[in-house]
Design a protein around this ligand. Sequence first.
Ligand code: ING
Length: 311
Amino acid sequence: MTRMVTVGAAQMGPNALVESRKAVVQRLIVLLEQGARHGCDLVVFPELALTTFFPRWYFESQDDVDAFFERSMPSLHTRPLFEASKKLGVGFYLGYAELTEEDGHTRRFNTSILVDASGQIVGKYRKVHLPGHAEHEPWRQFQHLEKRYFETGNLGFPVFRAFGGIVGMAICNDRRWPETYRVMGLQGVEMILIGYNTPVHNPPAPEHDNLSHFHNELVMQAGAYQNGSWVVGVGKGGCEEGVDQIGNSVVIAPSGEIVSACTTLGDELAIARCDLDLTQSYKSSVFNFAKHREPASYTLIVERKGAVISV
Ligand code: ING
């Protein structure tokens, strides 16, 4: 019996700074209901889906920053989303800013959760690759202070048995690093869910701006093909507080082909029926890691002060 998962890439248009959690959650529920009407098993929302992308600003006060974080999940404002998930029998991936107390310390992460069709959290991931900078850089058209507001994720890249297969998660900049996909690929991942907020303009490298969509698709198509996995990439689109975001949400097959895509910059659901068994066509042939990878040969010989070390 083939293992089909019908997935909805639930792209969001801009989240205004003043937009309430309640109003944003209502938009998410509308997309989840749309997914249910089209037979979705799983709906994927963007990174930091509950608020505007607040790392674009420098805040003096920690209280101002913490206003963007969730102290529990489900929280008061997101509980209606979990209830809708249970009622509709549709799971979801949600990106949000997590504030938690761990080992007696307050910790802040850029986090995503995987919720199953019964509205239960079955997986959590905390963003590892935090782009941008930690100090205020006024020369920039807008800031990118993820290194200031979040800690590096401390959960690794776990995979979870869910939706009839093996599902993994990543967040935004993670998708640009091949290690992200390979660490999950080595765990047999069959579908990788990635929410993102990506501006068209990247202040340190404006010469890349015209390639923002190409690079977005390139990294996820490569990650999918080279690990024989489905990849669902879901962004925010449109002009959010003066910053143009790419949108460009896609569903990618293990072949690397884009099989479904959003074509607007607003709230939009792109749907695809994903056969998880298609992953075997790649995992058992071209990317049969046990047969064809040679990790023992992947050492980097660095000559330093006469000593040769392998790393
Ligand atoms: N955003 C961007 C991303 O990796 C970025 C940062 C933009 C990096 C453009 C390079 C080029 O898609 C987040 N939130 O990681």
